[in-house]
Design a protein around this ligand. Structure first.
Ligand code: ATP
Ligand code: MG
Length: 490
């Protein structure tokens, strides 16, 4: 069991980015064999904290002590030498190389190339790689190519590699954000086996259920400050929400009204979206929902024929879709944002033709619109001129969402719209989806979080391997998470 050896101590750490105090006098500690989770609203400072620990950012002030020794590092390599590693969301693996090779790769002194290492060393390295993987409960082959592994298995390879590097402190930033349930459970097993090896884990997530399940300790950040540190047994969802946001969330579930208007989109007999409707597109990871939405937005490989308000159309590109009143929030933020433009310009971006011609909005009106949207979505900081690059992940997502709330959009296509978004903002986005339909629009939204699809939708279509395999309606009885999971075979 945990012997409570203090692995890491952070004392009075602060970090400022121009006008933003991202971290304000933060203290934090981590013991061997412990999972210390970090929660907070979008922009609270979670990523900043772990990026400093991982050597990506430099702190302004404060002290970092590792196993009793004061440590200074200024890049990820030095952080790793000190024993700290960030497990990135996007794995940096050589896909064509085997599992064993990937684990060994980082260990190989940079001057030597794989082929020049004496056979004996290679054999020993391979043994160590195998051992590290076995400790993590990987029982697959060491000689298959990494490209054949699932996402969770790839994470395991990255972790094994770090273990071989003698890393003692593992940092996971929203590791389950794009994992489906079964993969997430596999990751939790990995976390448990790391604990058994007396590794310390810093774990950032917006999913409060897993926070409660995994935490030995939980630190809540708000506006860069530590507002609470709780220990296992005293960590509870409602309380975390209150601490994060400074208020209660009473209005989590809103009643649905089932009154739909004319059909907005029809495609292939399988899809029909009406005015006033939130239609859920449920699918496990890799089920084809992303491609499906892209096609409807005219951003797929070929133009898809569909009916828009009863008229046959073929959308050749997104501009055509936008002209027909269809907006889209893609799953990959970086496909939708121009990082070196301001919040304001990113919001008005798709509207530029209208802004210059039909609408006759002057820049004052635009400023007003943008200010209202920043307020409505609680985009932080409240600064329309801020470059999107400097916003936290969740706030970037809100900017993409905001742009389709301007003008006469009838249809919103949303791919995992609340991905990486904190609980408060999630409720706000759900409410905006509802309001959009109440004003006569239709929303088609894809999510791999089954309870989100079930709570938010009026009707659901379930997709597997690019095919619609089932539909569910709130009006008929067959409408539940269990039924949906069964349909999806997950
Ligand atoms: N490189 C940067 N330059 C300027 N400001 C930054 C930079 N990185 C972060 N910030 C600001 O610091 C604050 C904290 O951001 P951080 O990314 O740590 O939040 P977070 O808690 O990880 O949020 P999220 O849940 O949205 O990922 C935010 O106000 C953000 O805009
Ligand atoms: Mg973050």
């Amino acid at each position: 069991m945990a012997t409570n050896v203090e692995l890491l101590t952070v004392r009075n750490m602060s970090k400022r980015f121009y006008g933003t105090q991202a971290l304000d006098d933060v203290s934090f500690n981590l013991a061997a064999g412990e999972v210390h989770t970090v929660v907070g609203e979008n922009g609270a400072g979670k990523s900043t904290l772990i990026r400093i620990l991982g050597g990506i950012h430099e702190k302004d002030s404060g002290e970092i002590t590792i196993e009793g020794t004061p440590s200074e590092f200024t890049n990820p390599r030095e952080a790793l030498d000190a024993g700290i590693v960030i497990i990135p969301q996007e794995m940096q693996l050589v896909l064509d190389a085997t599992v064993a090779e990937n684990v060994m790769l980082g260990e190989i002194p940079s001057k030597k190339w794989l082929g020049f290492i004496p056979m004996l060393d290679r054999r020993r390295l391979r043994e160590q790689a195998g051992e590290a993987l076995r400790k993590l409960n990987y029982h697959g082959s060491l000689d298959i190519s990494v490209s054949r592994l699932t996402f969770a298995e790839r994470q395991l390879v990255v972790i094994a590699k770090a273990l071989l590097h003698q890393a003692k402190i593992f940092i996971l930033d929203e590791p389950t954000a794009s994992l489906e349930q079964r993969e997430a459970e596999r990751l939790f097993e990995i976390v448990h086996s790391l604990k058994e090896q007396q590794v310390g884990i810093i774990y950032v997530s917006h999913r409060l259920d897993e926070i409660v399940e995994l935490s030995d300790k939980c630190t809540t950040l708000r506006d860069g400050k530590v507002v609470d540190v709780s220990t296992r047994g005293h960590i509870e969802k409602e309380n975390i929400i209150r601490l994060m946001t400074g208020r209660d969330l009473a209005e989590l579930h809103q009643p649905h009204k089932l009154e739909f208007g004319e059909t907005l989109i029809e495609h292939d007999n399988a899809l029909s979206l009406r005015r006033g409707e939130v239609l859920g597109l449920a699918g496990l990871l890799g089920s084809g929902t992303t491609d499906y939405l892209r096609n409807l937005f005219g951003a797929g490989e070929e133009a898809v024929a569909m009916k828009l308000s009863g008229n046959e159309v073929q959308l050749k590109n997104p501009i055509a879709a936008i002209k027909h009143g269809i907006g889209m929030v893609p799953g990959e933020r970086r496909n939708a944002l121009i990082y070196d433009l301001s919040v304001r310009d990113n919001i008005v971006l798709p509207h530029l033709p209208e802004v210059s011609k039909g609408w006759r909005l002057d820049s004052k009106q635009i400023d007003k619109l943008v200010a209202d949207l920043i307020e409505a979505l609680d985009i932080r900081p409240r600064d329309p001129k801020k470059l999107v690059r400097f916003l936290s992940g969740g706030n970037q997502q809100k900017v993409i969402f905001a742009r389709w709330l301007i003008g006469n959009f009838k249809v919103l296509l949303l791919d995992e719209p609340t991905h990486g978004i904190d609980v408060g903002a999630k409720v706000r986005i759900h409410r905006l989806m509802r309001e959009f339909t109440e004003r006569g629009g239709g929303v088609l939204f894809a999510s791999s979080e089954m309870n989100e699809v079930v709570n938010m939708s009026d009707n659901i279509i379930a997709m597997r391997q690019g095919e619609i395999i089932a539909t569910m309606s709130r009006e008929t009885g067959e409408y539940s998470e269990g039924y949906l999971r069964e349909a999806l075979g997950g």
